[in-house]
Design a protein around this ligand. Sequence first.
Ligand SMILES: NC(=O)c1ccc[n+]([C@@H]2O[C@H](COP(=O)([O-])OP(=O)(O)OC[C@H]3O[C@@H](n4cnc5c(N)ncnc54)[C@H](OP(=O)(O)O)[C@@H]3O)[C@@H](O)[C@H]2O)c1
Length: 128
Amino acid sequence: MLVVGASRGIGRASALLLAEEGARLVLVARGEEALQAVASEVRDRGGEVCWVPADVTDPLQAARILEPLREEGIDALVHAVGGGIRVPFAEADDATWQQALELNLLTARCGWCGSCSPPCGRAGGSSS
Ligand SMILES: NC(=O)c1ccc[n+]([C@@H]2O[C@H](COP(=O)([O-])OP(=O)(O)OC[C@H]3O[C@@H](n4cnc5c(N)ncnc54)[C@H](OP(=O)(O)O)[C@@H]3O)[C@@H](O)[C@H]2O)c1
């Protein structure tokens, strides 16, 4: 299972719960130190884990996420990356809106997951 945004918040909580269910996890976020800490918590709960530090808004970095997944594919994806626009509405320029769309929406379109074999969703279920 792939957990994107795994270093804190909803992604971390999901990773720890999935670990308790015996999931094999790949954890992704930008901050490597925090990822390592979560990986250690996952192992303490009996989970099998590796982590990939990557900024998922960067296609080249996002592609690296596929490397540990090539053999087995993805059974499930937790996409817990996102955030709001932190400037007043009237001051948010086009670039700010574009960045928010990329982070909150376009990174979840699973372009990189779709190139996995077998792709996530193979069991027939998905929700967003
Ligand atoms: N918390 C809530 O009550 C709540 C309620 C409804 C909806 N949401 C939404 O759910 C999502 C997650 O919320 P949260 O509270 O768990 O957020 P959070 O605590 O800020 O965690 C975000 C996670 O995403 C990672 N991340 C951020 N930008 C990234 C990027 N470009 N590439 C890779 N990883 C990135 C962060 O680690 P790094 O910074 O190290 O990359 C972190 O692990 C957000 O979209 C939020 O708006 C949250």
